[in-house]
Every structure is written in C-alpha cells, then in structure tokens.
Write a new protein. Structure first.
Length: 235
C-alpha cells in the first residue's frame, strides 16, 4: 500500500506564501506569476504551485492575462464595497450574539486581544496588524456561538486581507482609530449589551469600508495620473 503524501498541506503553504507576498506588496497588481520561478523560490515542485494559483484565481486574487499567463489581480473597489456591506450585517449579528452568549469570556480574553492589536500598530508591521484585526473579529464569531457566521465569512477573508494590506501600507493613523472602535465593541459585548454591540459593529464595518474603498480609488487614480504623465513626458 502506497503511503499518502502531505500534498494538500503543501498546496495550502504555497497558497499562503503567495498571498502574503501579494498582501505585503512584494507582488503588486499585474505582476506575472510564473510557475517555474515560484516553484524554485519556494523549493517545491510545479504541481502544488499550479494548484495554489488556481485557488487564488478562484478567490479573485489572480487573473488570466492575454499572452501573459496568470497575474496578480488589481483590487476591485466595487467588489470590496459589496463585501463590506455583507460583513456589516454579519458582524452586527455576531456581536449581538456575542453579547448575549459570550460576555463572560469576552471580559477574560478580550482585553489581551485589544492590547496585542495596539502593539501590532506600534510595531509598524502590516502583517501583524492584519493578523490581529482578523483575530479580533474571529474572536467575536467564536463568542457568538453560531459557527455558520465564521463559515460564511471565511471564503472572503483573503480578499479582505488584501484590501487591508493595500491601505495599511500607507502607514497613517487610521489603524489606531479602528482599534479604538474595536475596544468600544468589546466593551458593549462585555456588558452584555446586544443592541449597542450590533450598532457599533455595523458602524465600524461601514466606516472601514468608506475609508478603505476611498483609498483604493485614490490609489487607482494616482496610478492613472502617473501613467498619463509618464506618457506625456515621453511624447
């Protein structure tokens, strides 16, 4: 009997390695993703790279480009806006249920997550900021007691991480303000105030959407302006 190989785990590792490089800007939009080069860089065969790229494409993070193969997808402002609209509803539900079902645990474990989130901001690490933001919201999903909330949001988190990475690399004061809002949500959950927790959560997600989508638009317009100037200078 032939031994099983850890292929699915390897595909997952390659997937997250490529995703991290995309999120951190090492692989910017429209970068070509050549299987042989990626396989050599990660020390793996072409097969897990191929499978990881197919998964990334299915999640909207990689696109087919004529005569170029696969490239890193540009972020879609409208897609991001729609994701945040869905999130606002689910986050509101999660926080209401967290206040109803998990206030005691929120008081015990929540403050440490807030502290680590603020430490991530101080570190300046985009990867750490994204990790702790994700951890905070997943903590609320756990407290809700409804596993379908986490399962419903899971397919979209990689795209949301990409959006956060694109914006957080600018390094301004917005992340700190978002963690102030996290603290307010946690306080409502700890008090068992479902109405306040839901209201604050939905307001938080809608506000984040406004900030992030506006910056994606500004970045896109900036790239267009720079490209136009470059063509003008060369004319």
């Amino acid at each position: 009997m032939r031994a099983l190989t850890p292929q699915p785990r390897l595909v997952e590792q390659v997937y997250h390695a490529i995703l991290t490089e995309i999120t951190e800007g090492t692989l910017p939009p429209n970068s070509r993703l050549i299987q042989d080069e990626l396989a050599e860089a990660y020390g793996v065969s072409r097969q897990p790279v191929q499978q990881a790229l197919l998964l990334l494409r299915s999640h909207g993070l990689v696109n087919d480009a004529p005569r170029r193969g696969l490239v890193v997808a540009a972020l879609d402002e409208e897609h991001a806006r729609n994701l945040y609209k869905i999130r606002s509803v689910l986050e509101g539900l999660a926080c209401r249920m967290a206040a109803e079902n998990g206030a005691a645990r929120a008081r015990i474990d929540g403050p440490a997550i807030i502290a680590r989130g603020r430490e991530a901001i101080e570190s300046g690490s985009v990867a750490q900021q994204i990790e702790m933001d994700t951890r905070f919201h997943c903590f609320l999903y756990e407290l809700s007691g409804n596993p379908l909330i986490a399962e419903t949001t899971k397919p979209h988190w990689d795209y949301l991480r990409r959006v956060m990475g694109e914006v957080l690399r600018e390094g301004d004061s917005v992340p700190g303000a978002l963690w102030d809002e996290h603290a307010g949500i946690l306080d409502a959950v700890c008090k068992g105030d479902g109405d306040a927790a839901e209201m604050l959560a939905r307001k938080h997600i809608c506000g984040a959407s406004d900030i992030f989508v506006a910056r994606l638009k500004a970045q896109r317009e900036g790239r267009i302006a720079a490209s136009t100037k470059s063509m003008t200078d060369c004319a």
